[in-house]
Design a protein around this ligand. Structure first.
Ligand code: HEC
Length: 181
């Protein structure tokens, strides 16, 4: 009796094991995992640019593109078919360089909650400090032309001068908006 019971148990165990084997999913494609020590490190010797590159790649690139080229090409048609905005490019083909640092920092801190966007941009404050946002912007500026960088630096200076004229300190939260003449 005991022997019979053990035989049934063995059969049961074998069947389970076989089922387990059949249930194993067959890999559809090869995945190569990169060991942490083999992840490419930055080529920047400047610590600010290295930090900007790392943060941009981690936090911004999946929406704005790994080289600031904007929304992933293959998803654009779908977004437009829904009647929504695509994620803008941050490289020289976009218009980010037409805004001063003060406003760009504010955009990243506050985010843009626009119902027309398929991927509304979240607010990154207090997650990112102002110093970290400045590092990300320094990295983004590498994608612009010299003329765009010069123009944008001028806008940043104009903005700072206007704040000074109005007696508003730079560190005042971003609700400070210079008025038109
Ligand atoms: C979830 C997707 C998403 C992520 C992540 C994201 N953004 Fe955005 N971002 C957008 C969208 C969408 C807009 C356009 C919003 C609009 O104009 O309505 C935008 C706009 C901007 C703008 C304004 C650009 C211009 O020319 O007007 C800047 C600057 C910007 N993002 C920087 C960043 C930075 C820096 C990060 C990372 C810290 C980041 N974004 C992360 C989706 C994203």
């Amino acid at each position: 009796m005991v022997r019979k019971l053990m035989a049934i148990l063995l059969l049961f165990t074998l069947t389970l094991a076989a089922c387990g084997q059949i249930a194993q999913p067959t890999p559809q494609f090869d995945i190569t995992l990169v060991a942490p020590e083999d992840v490419p490190t930055t080529t920047f010797t400047d610590p600010v640019l290295a930090q900007g590159e790392e943060l941009y790649t981690l936090i911004c690139a999946h929406c704005h593109g790994y080289e600031g080229e904007g929304q992933l090409e293959s998803t654009i048609e779908n977004t437009l078919a829904l009647g929504m905005h695509t994620v803008p490019a941050l490289n020289s083909s976009g218009h980010i360089w037409q805004h001063p640092d003060q406003l760009l920092i504010r955009v990243v801190q506050e985010g843009i909650q626009n119902p027309l966007d398929q991927f509304p941009m979240a607010s990154f404050s207090p997650g990112l400090s102002e110093e970290e946002i400045r590092a990300i912007l320094a990295y983004i500026k590498l994608w612009w032309t010299d003329e765009q960088r010069q123009h944008q630096a001028q806008l940043t200076e104009n903005w700072a001068r206007r704040l000074e004229q109005l007696g508003i300190s730079e560190s005042t939260p971003t609700s400070a908006t210079p008025s038109a003449e």
